[in-house]
Design a protein around this ligand. Structure first.
Ligand code: KAW
Ligand code: ZN
Length: 886
């Protein structure tokens, strides 16, 4: 093989500043082995660029200055430029790469191609602009200072540790409110102006990579077309539990802060022990179920025992190695930054670093000696363990199986570390403390749920929010409103002070200005329990059949079996799609909430009971705004459905009106009953879903809803409505089918109103004939329906009353939407009456000429002389029966 390599290397393709082996013609038939050589060289050069960029980035993040920022930018651009050249080379040399036999090669190229394009998507100048923009936002976040509550002229408080400590420890509502507002105003507001340009840049890059927007670009890392739906499904499964937690915590907070804060069921965001209300373990002492029993807050113990940040990392390292995992290398201990320095600005948000040389791995964390940070230490150590496990993979596969995996490693181990059993073992809980009773378990599980379950909606909504922004669903003018819409809807929390579109509260969370995808933490929270369950089974620490070995008590400490199972999955890096790595670690190839549910089962049961006892209904009110937009969408959907129904009934009515027969009548009646049921259902739906619709701000919406809720006869109970419709049909049918006998030919008895009688009324001047026709018609058409009509009036008044009207007349008048309509019509009549009387007098005089004066002695004109047989009853009924939705 040696000569081949030599041949290729001698044929370097010089492209731009970087050189890659080029494809020689003579090797055309062996493109795949050339691809391998190419990749080896790519890996070497790429690692070097990656190292330089990481190094410069580290120097900046641990010492924020203009000088370090400049170098960081420069090295990052150099790396991008390199990736761009690599990508160009690939597209030229390996056009057929998707058809390679070796699936590893195909996967490798697919990954390089995406990374390469992302770097090269923008021209160098624009890329620089984008990176500067990202840096500007992150710097605002990392260097922000706020003013103290006690002394507003003291303005050097940082997030870490000052504000974090206040949010965690203070129980003074005013002070918490102040800290919350300071942080959100000092960080969110200045970041806001950069966010829209950032969104545009991100989308542009995504589009050049053939993704619809930056949200879709992020989701690619999960390699599943249905990932979003799977996440939603998981959330729906876990939501009831979250709502129970929420209800319980809310009730407890009322004991501390009074009920005035939570009347609407929402919890103000500043009372949950955390700046973002993302996890709630810091208010454990306010919500502890059994205060007299053991709790696992070991902060005091750690302090008493003289724990330092370094010691916390050593304890963590010892846990990892007890499983047979890889110890942190000497470079780690030498170069990591484990405490906040006080002589310079640093990026305090914790992170774990891979310097791409298989040697340097570091953590940067402004560690404080608390239980919370002990967990974070394990979290960060998990990242480094992953790095160490996959360090022998090619660079392109040195990533998590998916981003959620990377976040889950340390947390999985921490699930063992934090058990009371383990804390005893490492001397952080007094050996004599009883821990095996029910109350202690509930205390423990609640403290875990405050961290894990409370986090879920937050872990989901941050990216839901950004997906909505990236795909254009949310405009810049709605950035903050949308943030709070989701915070309210998913977390059931609200801002402690008034917010507006000046603010950009999402920007006050690290990952938003730092451009870090966040769904990974939601994924991690679910899969870490799957990992835990599998490792616990492996360690023999958990037995689903044995109540003495519940999942939440499991500690995998010192289990080499568990360690090697974990390592096997981690060592794969991203060389295979994540379900395969998951299969190796858990035997499952899907995300699944059953492990997390099982872990917390005793607590969930306890909470349901407790909330019932405390009469705490889980859930919270939605805001009028949210409800209004829901109502809008509902109406759009309804419009389609109703149009369809309306069409069907019209067809049936038409068929009947143009061919009165029993079959058509039956169909018409059925459809009208169906329509009535439908209207009733909708109306009930509206009042149930939007009980306060009358208070909506959009008048058009209120008008539509009002029309929907007035139902007319449809509001009658089904059997009554059937009767009503039958009466109405009987009457109109009788009217339409009445015939009378002829005046001249007594045996001819099939004269209909139209055309025969109408013609006679119009054309005949024979008073006797006219009188015959008039009398016959009225007797035959009107007479027999008198009883029916009486019933009809009763039932129709009953319907009117069900609609809150006095009678059918009032219901009819309602469609004129005027309180004074009756009076207005009366006034019109009074105005027109003199004219009518003039015409009346004139016509009467003329009719006397035709029929003689004896008919109008009293000034009245006999009705049969006026061609007015047709009345409007039919029309009235038709319009009365119509249901309008719009
Ligand atoms: C959390 C996680 C575990 C335990 C408790 C927790 N509480 C809250 C979280 C979620 C989240 C948060 O604080 O909101 N946690 C973090 O951000 C920890 C920091 C990190 O380790 O996840 C870090 C974030 C980061 C990403 C990219 C650039 C800079 C910082 N992620 C990494 O260091 C990392 C390392 C390897 C691969 C992927 C990410
Ligand atoms: Zn992390």
């Amino acid at each position: 093989m040696e000569w081949r390599v030599a041949a290729i290397i001698s044929l370097w393709l010089i492209a731009g500043a970087y050189s890659f082996p080029s494809v020689s013609d003579s090797f055309e038939n062996d493109l795949e082995s050339q691809a391998r050589l190419f990749l080896a060289e790519y890996d070497r050069q790429s690692s070097e660029k990656c190292f330089n960029a990481a190094n410069a980035n580290w120097n900046y993040a641990t010492d924020i200055r203009d000088e370090t920022e400049k170098i960081k930018l420069q090295k990052s651009l150099e790396n991008s430029k390199f990736q761009k050249e690599a990508w160009k080379n690939i597209t030229i040399q390996f056009k057929t790469r998707e058809n390679f036999q070796d699936p590893v090669l195909v996967r490798t190229f697919k990954k390089i191609a995406i990374i390469g394009t992302s770097a090269s998507a923008l021209p160098e100048e624009r890329l620089k602009e984008f990176k500067q923009l990202q840096n500007t936002m992150s710097k605002i976040y990392s260097t922000a200072k706020t003013c103290a509550y006690e002394d507003v002229t003291e303005c050097n408080l940082s997030l870490d540790p000052d504000l974090t400590k206040i949010m965690k420890e203070s129980r003074d509502e005013q002070q918490l409110r102040h800290a919350w507002k300071e942080w959100h105003d000092k960080v969110g507001v200045p970041i806001r102006q950069y966010y829209k340009p950032y969104v545009d840049f991100s989308n542009e890059i995504a589009k050049t990579n053939n993704f619809s927007d930056a949200g879709a670009f992020w989701l690619r890392e999960y390699e599943s077309e249905t990932f979003k739906e799977e996440i939603e499904q998981l959330w729906q499964t876990l939501k009831p539990f979250y709502q129970q937690m929420h209800a319980y915590v809310r009730a407890k907070l009322r004991d501390t802060y009074g009920d005035q804060f939570t009347e609407d069921g929402l919890i103000p965001a500043h009372l949950l022990g955390n700046m973002w209300a993302q996890s709630w373990e810091n208010i454990y002492s306010l919500v502890v179920p059994f205060p007299e029993k053991t709790s696992i807050d070991v902060t005091e113990q750690m302090k008493q025992q003289g724990y330092t940040p370094l010691k916390m990392f050593q304890v963590s390292d010892e846990f990892f190695t007890s499983l047979g995992l890889i110890p942190m290398p000497p470079e780690f201990w030498k170069e990591s930054l484990l405490e906040k320095p006080n002589d310079r600005e640093v990026v305090c948000h914790a992170s774990a670093w891979d310097f791409c040389n298989r040697k340097d791995f570091r953590i940067k964390q402004c560690t404080v000696v608390t239980t919370e940070d002990l967990i974070t230490v394990h979290h960060e150590m998990g990242h480094v363990q992953y790095y160490l496990q996959y360090k022998d993979q090619p660079l392109i596969f040195r990533r998590g199986a998916n981003p959620g995996f990377h976040e889950a490693v340390g947390d999985t181990l921490a699930l063992s570390v934090i058990t009371p059993k383990h804390l005893k073992e490492i001397g952080l809980l007094d050996d004599s403390t009883p821990i095996d009773d029910y109350e202690t378990s509930i205390n423990f599980l609640l403290s875990m749920a405050l961290e894990k379950i409370a986090f879920l909606p937050f872990g989901y909504l941050i990216d839901k929010y950004r997906w909505d922004i990236f795909d254009g669903t949310v405009e810049p003018s709605n950035y903050n409103a949308h943030w709070w819409k989701l915070r309210r809807e998913y977390q059931g929390i609200k801002p402690p002070v008034e917010r507006s579109e000046e603010n950009f509260d999402a920007g006050a969370k690290y990952h938003v200005p730092a451009d870090v995808e966040y769904l990974r933490y939601f994924v991690s929270k679910v899969i870490q329990f799957q990992f835990h369950r599998s490792l616990c089974l492996e360690a023999g620490q958990y037995d689903p059949e044995d109540p003495r070995k519940p999942l939440h008590n499991c500690d995998i400490y010192r289990s080499k079996a568990a360690g090697s199972k974990l390592a096997a999955g981690l060592a794969m890096g991203s060389s295979r799609p994540w379900p395969e790595a998951m299969k190796v670690m858990t035997g499952q190839d899907k995300m699944d909430a059953s492990a997390i549910r099982e872990y917390f089962k005793p607590l969930e049961d306890w909470l349901i009971l407790q909330n019932a006892k405390l009469a705490q209904p889980p859930g919270w009110q939605k805001s009028t705004n949210d409800l209004e937009s829901e109502a809008h969408s509902y109406l759009v959907e309804l419009d389609q459905l109703s149009s369809q129904k309306c069409y069907e009934s019209s067809v049936a009515e038409w068929a009947y009106a143009t061919d009165i027969n029993d079959e058509n009548e039956k169909v018409k009646l059925e459809l009208s009953l169906d329509s009535a049921k439908f209207s009733k259902e909708i109306s009930q739906n509206v009042t149930a879903t939007f009980p306060l619709w009358r208070e909506f701000k959009d008048p058009d919406l209120v008008r539509k809803l009002k029309k929907i809720t007035i139902l007319g006869a449809a509001r009658l109970p089904d059997d009554q409505f059937k009767k009503y419709a039958q009466l109405e049909t009987d009457m109109t049918k009788h009217y339409s089918t009445t015939t009378i006998c002829s005046f001249k030919y007594k045996e001819t008895c099939n004269l209909s109103l139209e055309p025969e009688l109408t013609k006679i009324m119009r054309e005949s001047r024979n008073e006797e004939e006219l009188r015959h026709v008039w009398t016959e018609w009225h007797d035959k058409s009107g007479g027999p329906i008198k009883q029916t009509y009486k019933k009809f009036v009763e039932i129709s008044n009953q319907a009117a009353k069900l609609n809150d009207f006095n009678d059918t007349g009032a219901l009819w008048l309602n469609s004129y939407e005027s309180e004074t309509f009756k009076d207005d019509v009366e006034e019109l009549w009074q105005t027109l009456k003199p004219l009518y009387q003039q015409i009346h007098a004139y016509v009467r005089a003329k009719l006397r000429n035709v029929y003689g004066d004896q008919f109008s002695d009293d000034g009245l004109i006999p009705a049969h002389l006026l061609d007015i047989v047709v009345n409007a009853e039919e029309l009235c009924l038709a319009s009365f029966l119509k249901f309008e939705f719009k």
